[in-house]
Design a protein around this ligand. Sequence first.
Ligand SMILES: NC(=O)C1=CN([C@@H]2O[C@H](COP(=O)(O)OP(=O)(O)OC[C@H]3O[C@@H](n4cnc5c(N)ncnc54)[C@H](O)[C@@H]3O)[C@@H](O)[C@H]2O)C=CC1
Ligand SMILES: O=C(CO)COP(=O)(O)O
Length: 344
Amino acid sequence: MTQTEASSPLSIAVLGGGSFGTAIANIIAGNGHDTRQWMRDPEKAASCRKLRENTFYLPGVVLHPLLNITYDLEEAVTGCDIVFVSIPSKSFRQVVRAVAPLLSPGTMLISTTKGIEHDSFHLMSDILREETQGMRVGVLSGPNFAKEIVEGHYTATVIASEDEALCKTIQSVLHSETFRVYSSSDVFGVELAGALKNIYAIVTGMAKALGRGGNTTSLLITRALAEMMRFAEAMGADPMTFIGLAGVGDLILTCSSDLSRNYRVGYLVGKGMPLEQAVAEIGQVAEGVNTVRLIKAKADELGVYMPLVSAIHAILFEERPIPEVIRDLMSGAQTFDVAYSAKP
Ligand SMILES: NC(=O)C1=CN([C@@H]2O[C@H](COP(=O)(O)OP(=O)(O)OC[C@H]3O[C@@H](n4cnc5c(N)ncnc54)[C@H](O)[C@@H]3O)[C@@H](O)[C@H]2O)C=CC1
Ligand SMILES: O=C(CO)COP(=O)(O)O
């Protein structure tokens, strides 16, 4: 597929019946493409088709007439040029494995999932490459609340792929009057940024619950960025990616709004609710909870200094009292503000 081909209508599937899958599918249908959204639950699919509304995840939003909703995976992906995968990281591999034999060679596979696979530490693009052969792979990530996208708030995101033509196609397919798509060739950095920022949304949500103000939020977001960049560098990603939309852009958004499920988990735990109950209360995926465990283990293994990750891990999984953890954080060594320099 070339850039010029993207201007004619394409066949595009979105896997996942949640809030983000629905938001993305609605944009694509709005741009005139043959769009199919797959959700595994036949009853939910029938309800969305009948009501032209996803009352389960995005109530109040009218689904575009060109959006076809199905629970039949084969029907969803057969003959598709592009398949977006909007499935939580926990089930991502299982769904990709099921869809792989149904895809034509050269299909563009785009992950929108901001998480890391449990046990393997694989990112979603790794899974796409491992479970399929001969496909073109990309990652979509950025400051993108599904609810705000469908409400038409001006929004931008990032498509990351080493395949420049793929980036151009995705820019064309998603671009609208209210939605812009920037490109990056740093797949690993963009994907890592999307997963990492969820951790700090839990932290800032907790700070809000404890009555902390703007100074504290700013302190947390800025030091979170420093941690993210340090970790990225240790993992071989380009730290500069983290000053873009998928890095600091998404960090600011998710750490400052209770539209974020991760922020809300942090808020509820900060108010004294047990973690499991907080996760159940949210009722949608909060990827950061699992990501905290994985990043803490990886940072320890690599010897990367990540005091905020250690602190939130101690609160969520080591039963350390919040005031004690905050005291430790505030009494840590006072080091340099900015560790990166443009100077040689
Ligand atoms: N909601 C948002 O504003 C944004 C979400 N994302 C990311 O997109 C990914 C998906 O998130 P959401 O759509 O928000 O999640 P969600 O919690 O709203 O929905 C998840 C969907 O996946 C489905 N699902 C779960 N396990 C499945 C399985 N085994 N087989 C088939 N379907 C399965 C659920 O039934 C549900 O329809 C997450 O990784 C999230 O980080 C990215 C940007 C924004
Ligand atoms: O990634 C998001 C916005 O960019 C959504 O964040 P949550 O998963 O915390 O809701």
